[in-house]
Ligand binder design. Structure first.
Ligand code: PHE
Length: 361
């Protein structure tokens, strides 16, 4: 009786070892342990064994069953690993291949939305100047959006910004707003790390405003530079360079005009030269306001745990829709958010043509 058991064990284990794929292995499992498998038959046959031999015979059959199960499991692991290796090899992608310049025949090509394109472009330009990108939440506490930036409660600047207030979060202990500008990320960046700091913050912003030139949701890019010896000259050089490269006009006139922001001192509005009548940039005798800027107010530095005696720098905030409309001659703000495919096709950038810094400035 024990011979057939040894023989079954030997032949099953040989079959397991010989199985070259998972399907073959499963056939071996069914042949031994399936409903009419060889080992199953032996287990079923235990009832017919004489009572005094049944215990020993049962133990022996079970031992073989367990050994076969172990062998099956091991082989399955090995075959699965080999199958995965083969698949990885077969599906290997060469990520260094250049993108196809044209969509495959019959396929429609997509386009990059002008906002995304501008964000890519300005990230590349400021990136070349050593800036990194920082982010913050769209839903912001009023402390970051206002107080940290030297705009205390009841300050008139709070009214200027047509803030969307959110229902007070239960037990939060502070009010939450949809951020009205990207400036709260100045405070977040200063609190998160030590100077020197050189970041831009492209992102969504919100104000309760809606007409042909205002959308309740729009985009800004903030800039913040802090170091030991930063002056107004750095602010001007940085922004003039940026604007001339972004608009690809090497001699674009740029004007700095004294202004007021609670979080910068002194503060300056920045204008570029254009012809109001034709909309042409860099020509004519008109000025167009593009962005706000200034030297970071010492109170803002102190609010964010930075010693104003040691560190100083500049900040700026710019409307992304505004510079996008100017650069591409887009007359109306509203279609930016309407997802009209015809508009996207017209103003969108080819998805597969990588953006390159052009050589102005
Ligand atoms: N946060 C200001 C605004 O939204 C712009 C700004 C940013 C001005 C940084 C100065 C410095 O109008």
């Amino acid at each position: 009786m024990s011979d057939d058991l040894d023989a079954i064990r030997a032949s099953t284990e040989a079959a397991v070892a010989a199985a070259s794929d998972l399907r073959g292995l499963d056939a071996v499992r069914v042949g031994a342990l399936g409903k009419s498998g060889t080992l199953t038959a032996l287990l079923k046959g235990l009832g017919a064994v004489a009572p005094e031999e049944r215990k020993a015979r049962g133990a022996a059959v079970n031992a073989v069953k367990q050994a076969v199960e172990r062998a099956l499991e091991e082989r399955r692991g090995a075959l699965e690993a080999a199958a995965l290796d083969a698949r990885l090899l077969a599906e290997r992608l060469d990520v260094s291949l250049p993108a196809r310049p044209h969509p495959p025949a019959g396929a429609e090509s997509g386009a990059i939305h002008p906002i995304a394109r501008t964000v890519e472009e300005l990230t590349a330009i400021f990136g070349a100047m050593g800036f990194t990108v920082a982010e913050g939440p769209d839903i912001e506490s009023d402390w970051y959006n206002f107080n940290a930036l030297n705009i205390p409660a009841h300050h008139p600047a709070r009214q200027d910004q047509d803030t969307f207030y959110l229902p007070p979060a239960h037990g939060a202990g502070f009010e939450t707003v949809l951020r009205t500008h990207t400036s709260p990320v100045q405070a977040r960046t200063m609190l998160a790390g030590d100077p020197p700091i050189r970041v831009i913050v492209p992102g969504r912003t919100y104000r309760a405003d809606h007409d042909a030139t205002h959308s309740p949701m729009f985009h800004q890019v903030e800039g913040l530079v802090l170091d030991r010896q930063i002056t107004l000259g750095h602010l001007k050089g940085c922004l003039i360079d940026f604007l001339r490269v972004f608009f690809n006009i090497a001699d674009l006139p740029v004007r700095f005009r004294a202004s007021y922001f609670p979080f910068t001192e002194p503060s300056m509005e920045v204008d570029i030269g254009w012809d109001r009548r034709t909309g042409e940039l860099g020509r004519g005798s008109d000025w167009l306001e593009i962005l706000g800027s200034g030297m970071v107010h010492p109170k803002v530095l102190a609010n964010c745990g930075i010693d104003p005696q040691e560190w100083q720098g500049f900040a700026f905030g710019m409307g992304i829709e505004r510079i996008t409309m100017l650069k591409h001659g887009i007359p109306d703000l509203r279609p930016f958010y309407e997802s009209d495919v015809r508009w996207l096709r017209h103003y969108g950038a080819p998805a597969l043509a990588p953006f390159t810094l052009h050589d102005a400035g």
